[in-house]
Design a protein around this ligand. Structure first.
Ligand code: NAP
Length: 213
């Protein structure tokens, strides 16, 4: 499948490398393609770098791996016409540090995922993977034998089903909780406040939430 990734940070590179390993045709959209030339050499395959618009146009599925505070700008630069009708997997968090403390720039009555869905009504936004560290996103088996939980939010049932297939069959997730419509991303984005504190308390970012009932 053709997949476009917006953002070339840790998440874009980690998810991109896994998608290449799975045989997908990946274009990473970045403002500075030279920055990821080493990464491109490492992953090999068909991966290449381009502008955000090129990555979005390329993708049958597009991944938002940009800084949450810049996501709407990055998506606007990628172009609504290049995102029309497509699934957008939104991994970004509206996280900002104020006086060294984690703060959400969007919260309570709204979420970044909802803002993206409102700004791009013809794009099918699915929020997922934003509640854990990048290496675990694509390799849940690295922790607790994969027995921990990932959340999915989105308005479009077919889009969510396709993303769940990728999470399960591609990345190896077994415990996938469909929280409901895109507004449920308010909860998973807000998890970042406790997630950052847990990183400090545990001394490692390699942990996750497990829902038991
Ligand atoms: N790191 C993690 O383990 C983790 C875990 C869960 C969720 N997340 C979320 O995933 C997203 C990506 O995280 P990250 O750690 O990979 O990197 P990051 O440093 O949060 O994001 C950097 C990416 O955002 C893009 N960006 C920044 N400002 C931009 C602008 N004005 N216009 C267009 N693009 C812009 C940059 O793209 P260029 O290539 O153009 O520079 C860069 O690749 C974030 O929203 C983060 O909260 C991260």
């Amino acid at each position: 499948m053709q997949i476009g990734i917006l953002g070339s940070g840790m998440v874009g590179q980690t998810v991109g490398a896994k998608l290449v390993e799975l045989g997908h045709d990946v274009v990473i959209g970045t403002r500075d393609p030279a920055k990821i030339s080493e990464w491109l050499q490492q992953v090999g395959g068909s991966a290449r770098a381009g502008s955000g618009a090129e990555a979005a146009a390329h993708g049958e599925i597009v991944v938002n791996a940009t800084a949450g505070t810049a996501s709407l700008d990055a998506l606007n630069a990628a172009g609504a016409e290049n995102l029309r009708g497509k699934i957008l997997i939104d991994i970004a968090n509206p996280l900002q540090f104020v006086d060294g403390k984690p703060t959400l720039t969007i919260s309570n009555t709204d979420s970044l995922a909802e803002q993206i869905q409102r700004a791009f009504p013809d794009t099918r936004v699915v929020k997922t993977l934003n509640t854990l560290n990048a290496p675990l996103m694509v390799n849940p088996a690295a922790l607790a034998d994969g027995d921990h939980t990932i959340f999915v939010s989105g308005d479009d049932a077919d889009a969510k089903a396709q993303v769940i297939d990728l999470l399960r069959d591609g990345f190896g997730w077994r415990n996938i909780v469909d929280l409901g419509d895109i507004s449920t991303a308010r909860g998973t984005e807000a998890l970042l406040l406790i997630w950052v504190q847990l990183w400090g308390a545990l001394g490692t970012p390699s942990f996750n939430f497990k829902i038991v009932q």
